[in-house]
Design a protein around this ligand. Structure first.
Ligand SMILES: [Zn+2]
Length: 264
């Protein structure tokens, strides 16, 4: 039985390279049905690698997966990571392909992980911007209950119970601009007892393998259970643009984007 993966990025989201050990390297076809279900849109001839530790963010909590590469120590990368998913029991499956189809990794082999830096930074900015929109909403309308968050490029939004009208758009924009301008730190802390977290939404995403729950806070003004990656300060997001407010089935969605985009 392969043990749970230690998610190193939860404690240090700045790492873009890490040396660790391969626990298993399998073809997708040899995975269990449950694991295959995580490999949607991954070609069947690709492989799944599990390592002792990982700096790759696994898709979840509204944030897309990291991509990157893995290779033997002191050599060029030999494996391209296209998608990382986490199993319910905490193993991180790194899906992708070997550049040379005849190569492989063996259990116990030390390897170097490399995370795609520009994509990670962009995802971290987009995700942190969601927290900023969330804090702006909390400060403006403390009673509004958040129901969903999506930080995928091109579709980022925060969704709330009840109706929000278009007139609010400039008000939210102004508060968001203020929070970015204040350059508040994003603080990460850990709660030891699950009881303290109760049923706070997102608590599961922030849970680490020892049962602690990770809390993200903007300048101590809010506290959200969160397992995502963030930038260190609100100004590092760039500018946050409130795109539109839309309503459906009793909920309202505040869509946003960030500028500059991924390559800047
Ligand atoms: Zn977060």
């Amino acid at each position: 039985m392969v043990p749970r993966t230690e998610a190193v990025y939860l404690d240090d989201a700045t790492l873009r390279t890490l040396t660790t050990e391969v626990l298993s390297c399998q073809s997708i076809t040899s995975l269990s049905e449950e694991e295959k279900g995580l490999a949607k849109n991954v070609p069947a001839e690709d492989n799944a690698i599990i390592m002792r530790q990982t700096i790759f963010y696994a898709q979840g909590g509204g944030q897309p997966s990291d991509t990157g590469a893995i290779g033997p120590v002191d050599q060029d990368s030999t494996f391209e990571v296209s998608l990382v998913r986490k199993t319910p029991d905490g193993r991180f499956l790194h899906f992708g392909k070997f550049l040379d189809a005849s190569s492989s990794f063996v259990a116990g082999q030390p390897v170097v992980q490399k995370v795609d830096d520009s994509k990670r930074n962009y995802h971290s900015r987009l995700h942190t911007a969601g927290h900023i929109v969330g804090l702006a909403m909390q400060l403006l309308m403390p009673d509004k209950k958040k129901v969903k968050a999506n930080h995928f490029p091109g579709e980022a939004s925060m969704e709330y119970e009840g109706l929000l009208y278009n007139e609010l758009k400039p008000v939210i924009q102004e508060k968001v601009d203020e929070l970015v301008r204040l350059d508040l730190p994003i603080l990460i802390s850990w709660l030891q007892l699950d009881a303290q977290v109760g049923d706070m939404k997102g608590a599961e995403e922030g849970r680490s393998l020892d049962g602690r729950t990770r809390i993200a806070s903007i300048g101590g003004l809010d506290h959200n259970p969160c397992g995502g990656t963030h930038v260190a300060r609100t100004s590092l997001v760039g500018s946050v643009v409130i795109r539109k407010i839309s309503r459906q089935k009793g909920t309202s969605r505040v869509s946003y984007d960030i500028s500059p985009g991924i390559d800047a």
